[in-house]
Design a protein around this ligand. Structure first.
Ligand code: FAD
Length: 304
């Protein structure tokens, strides 16, 4: 199985990203939410990996449960944080034995309380090294992370993009982007990426906002920007959680529609382990696709 096989021109395709909850109740809730989303037929569900390998086992256990109990194709995330080459080898081999074929390969963030990423002794300093290593083991298709607004540590967007190209050249099959709220950042990113020879799918990461404080914290950590107008609207409605969720869904639908007009209808949703928002977004996009198909002359195939 290869990530690239999911992305066919003109075909609405989406994946969901979830994180390992800390409690058994949280895990049960997440499994129930994913079962509830199964009928939407996501290309895959990906499970994140925590700092310092703290959720390494949680990631594997959860990814295995999702694969077996929900019955959807599952990818796992893997980072270089606090992990020697030997550890990486052992962990990757275990995932392989358990039947996983899709990995999102990352450097990872510096552990909490530290500013700078310190490569572990006998570990990897950058994601491109991890990608090369995983590629050399064969048997995995690899997704890598891209940053429409530039990675927070990068001196500038151009250097960051050259570093993205290293990851793709090392064996990245697709790029999944960091969340962003202004499509112009994504369009500009794709254009610059194509110019320097990155030809693989660049799948936009979309996060429906559901809580103002939470999104302010997330964007601060990852260096993404909430456009002023959207931020002001969220702030005006801060006391009304239902309204915040509505604004989040409305904005995500508008973002996806804007992307579908100019690019392929391919999305990676950061669903924050919930199901309602993403279902509403996908229903809206599905309706658009159906309407567009119906409006085509008879016998015309749907293109993007
Ligand atoms: P890299 O590609 O190594 O980039 C990190 C920085 O180093 C960038 O500034 C880059 O420009 C620079 N750089 C890269 N290569 C080189 C090089 N060869 N020489 C010099 N400089 C270089 N974090 C988690 O902890 N767990 C997760 O599960 C997780 N999932 C994510 C999923 C997606 C889709 C995205 C977008 C991010 C995710 N993250 C996750 C966050 C990610 O780990 C952080 O953004 C991290 O700081 C960078 O990871 P990276 O793989 O992009 O690193």
């Amino acid at each position: 199985m290869n990530f690239r096989d999911f992305y066919k021109p003109g075909r609405l395709t989406y994946s969901f990203e979830v994180f390992p909850p800390k409690s058994d109740a949280g895990i049960a809730d997440l499994i129930a939410n994913l079962k509830n989303l199964r009928d939407l037929d996501p290309a895959f569900v990906s499970v994140t990996y925590g700092a310092m390998g703290s959720t390494r086992d949680l990631t594997r256990d959860l990814a295995t449960r999702i694969k077996n109990e929900v019955g959807v194709t599952t990818a796992f995330h893997f980072t270089c944080v606090g992990t020697s080459r030997n550890d990486i080898k052992t962990t990757i081999e275990r995932f392989k034995k358990e039947g996983f074929e899709l990995v999102v390969a990352l450097r990872g963030d510096p552990p909490q309380g530290t500013e700078k990423f310190i490569p572990p002794s006998d570990g990897f300093a950058h994601a491109n090294e991890l990608v090369s290593y995983i590629r050399s083991t064969n048997g995995f298709s690899i997704a890598v992370a891209g940053y429409p607004e530039g990675h927070i540590e990068a001196p500038n967007k151009e250097i960051d993009l050259e570093n993205l190209k290293r990851k793709v050249d090392a064996g990245g099959d697709i790029v999944i982007t960091q969340l962003f709220f202004d499509n112009t950042d994504y369009f500009d990113f794709c254009e610059r990426a194509r110019k320097i020879g990155i030809t693989v799918p660049i799948v936009p990461g979309i996060m429906p906002i559901s809580n103002l404080k939470q999104i302010e914290k997330i964007t601060k950590m990852c260096g993404a920007r909430i456009p002023e107008k959207l931020h002001a609207r969220l702030q005006e409605n801060e006391g009304d959680p239902e309204k915040i969720r509505e604004i989040g869904i409305e904005h995500a639908i508008a973002q996806c529609r804007g992307i579908m007009k100019q690019c392929q209808p391919w999305f990676h949703f950061y669903i924050l382990n919930k199901s309602e928002a993403v279902r509403r977004i996908i229903n809206a996009l599905d309706a658009d696709v159906i309407a567009r198909t119906l409006s085509l002359p008879k016998g015309t195939k749907q293109s993007s």
